[in-house]
Design a protein around this ligand. Sequence first.
Ligand SMILES: C[S@@+](CC[C@H](N)C(=O)[O-])C[C@H]1O[C@@H](n2cnc3c(N)ncnc32)[C@H](O)[C@@H]1O
Length: 267
Amino acid sequence: MVGKVINLFKSVTPNLAAIKMHYYLSVSAVDGIKKDSSDLLYGDAKEKKVVEMFDKIAPRYELLNTILTFGLDKRWRKIGVSLLGLNPGSLVGDVACGTGDILRLLNSRGLVGIGLDPSRGMLVAGHSSSPLVQSTAEHMPLKSESLDGIVTSFALRNFTNLEEFFNEAFRAIKPGGRFMNLDVGEPKSTLIKVGHNLWFNRAVPLIGALFSDKGAYAYLPKSTSYLPAPNTVIKMLEDVGFIQVRYRRFLFGSAQLWHATRPVALN
Ligand SMILES: C[S@@+](CC[C@H](N)C(=O)[O-])C[C@H]1O[C@@H](n2cnc3c(N)ncnc32)[C@H](O)[C@@H]1O
């Protein structure tokens, strides 16, 4: 299977190193997106900081996810993978795969997952049997039209250039292929928003500091400022060429999901 997967890669000059029997590939840094928030980083500085942070929290990442979402994160990922509607045997890239939650899910459903993530710590802490590539979302070393689908979960906020990522995803997906992005969201109802903000902005950093890394879990609520509004994401996906872009919210909007299709033929 690894041979088949490696053939998907563009012929860039790869820096391959076998780690835990997986393949990793180093890709250079990317441009930044500008947003009106003074204490957040952008571009290369953001990428460096975010990757270092995930390297640090990797060993306890899944435990904290389960605690902080009461295990709901797993349910949302399952719905996201189901919404892809892909047949067993389909090849799916999990961009920002982290420790491989989605990769294990893909494998359990007979889909063939390939994980991409720039954090070596997250890749090493993972325990899926899928091939892994050390790569950012903005410069994926994948051949054009090589995958049946691309998924990404709880990661968009960490990317440095969303336009580049959406373009890359569109390029790598075959005509007729599918795209899915799952992320945290913010409830609309004022009452629920108060509870959600208390949990996300106060409890999460405290619990994170207790079980893992203080700085990283203080960054988590802040990082939502990087996430564009739902309609902006829809527009961005349409602008790169996706069609049938659909949006869903879970738990009063605490989590949100977009899925889309690459058209069979461009108009
Ligand atoms: C919150 S974790 C999500 C991991 C996994 N998708 C999940 O659902 O648990 C965010 C991931 O984004 C990765 N990441 C950060 N910057 C990235 C970038 N520019 N391109 C791709 N992945 C990136 C991090 O290394 C980390 O593994």
